[in-house]
Design a protein around this ligand. Structure first.
Ligand code: FO1
Length: 321
């Protein structure tokens, strides 16, 4: 057991990669000092239910319930409902486990009763015993569309139904112009409450961009005093998980940590203070540094709990955090 590092930390996260670092951060921070702002661009209505995949990945990971093999859903899951649905000729391309279904039923019922997604998520987190604050990026609906050689695809159709096979040409976030960022986070940014902001190793295009594109959010992150630290989701030319590297090459970029750094600098000038790369990418440090970023090199592959904690501690030691 090592000593905790005090001060509230805000992490921006998509699904599995972000949840791993969030778990490490939660472990090394005192209880209640981690807040996670989560992408909801992947959310959709399916079988009449509201599904929030990235929120659930965070809640399941932080409550020790995550299915490590699948990378989504609950551990020890059974699939009776999906089997029965298949026998009825229903849609089963997006698999909802029996226990996971309870989450979607509960959330959908709560939302239908008029509660907002942030309140429902906080309640769910409490019921699951999550110690950190997990905030949806917005209570307003935002839906990621993937533009591709097979046309404009709702995110889950691209990701799950077509297994990320279509060649991407761009992304849009339907509803983003009318969406308001989470009010708690905006309030705490204005009050300069954070000691660090960590942009987790999540997909820049479909996990982090929907969050940063919410009205006023990235300028508020840039203008508050805590360091903004990005952990590269690309290691040695590969995405740690998911289609980020494939998307980069289809968009005409090199799949590299350097290109990720260039992307953040071009799209969000002045936002990022520190950029964390894996030791296998150490040779890129000079060029990333020339972008005006502090470059930090460590092992960013999070296999064990100790790896997650080590990366979390490393991030919290950067930029005066
Ligand atoms: N991902 C899959 O690859 N196949 C599935 O059938 C699937 C079902 C699913 C159900 C609930 C949930 O919360 C997530 C689920 N995911 C599934 C994962 C998810 O769609 C993606 O990993 C994220 O949206 C990307 O972060």
């Amino acid at each position: 057991m090592t000593a905790a590092v005090a001060g509230t930390v805000l992490a921006l996260s998509g699904g599995v990669g972000g949840a791993k670092l969030a778990l490490g951060l939660e472990d090394v921070l005192p209880p209640g000092q981690l807040q996670v702002l989560v992408n909801t661009g992947d959310d959709f209505e399916h079988l009449g239910l509201r599904i929030s995949p990235d929120i659930d990945t965070l809640l399941y990971t932080l409550s020790g319930r995550a299915n490590q093999e699948l990378g989504w859903g609950l551990a020890g899951e059974t699939w009776q409902a999906m089997q029965a649905l298949e026998e009825l000729g229903g849609e089963t391309w997006f698999r909802l486990g029996d226990r996971d279904l309870a989450t979607h039923l509960w959330r959908s019922q709560q939302l239908a009763s008029g509660r907002g997604l942030a309140a429902v998520t906080a309640d769910l987190a409490r019921r699951l015993g999550v110690r950190s604050l997990v905030y949806p990026m917005s209570d307003d609906p935002v839906a990621t569309t993937v533009h591709s050689d097979r046309g404009a695809l709702p995110f889950q159709h691209y990701f799950v139904r077509y297994q990320c096979e279509p060649v991407v040409t761009g992304f849009t976030f339907e509803g983003i112009d009318a969406a308001t960022p989470n009010s708690e986070v905006m309030c705490q940014l204005r009050k300069e409450c954070y000691r660090a902001v960590v942009i987790c190793p999540s997909n820049p295009f479909v996990s982090v961009d929907p969050i940063l594109q919410l009205a006023g959010l990235w300028p508020a992150l840039r203008d508050q005093p805590a360091p903004v630290i990005v952990v590269s989701p690309i290691v040695a030319g590969q995405a740690i998980k998911g289609p980020a590297a494939k998307m980069m090459s289809e968009l005409g970029q090199d799949a590299s940590a350097l290109e990720v750094a260039r992307y953040y600098c071009a799209r969000y000038p002045g936002l990022v203070d520190c950029f964390v790369i894996d030791t296998s990418d150490a040779k890129l440090a000079g060029e990333i540094g020339e972008l005006g970023l502090e470059v930090a090199i460590t092992s960013t592959i999070m296999k064990s709990r100790a790896d997650k904690q080590a990366l979390a501690r490393f991030c919290l030691a950067l930029g005066g955090a």
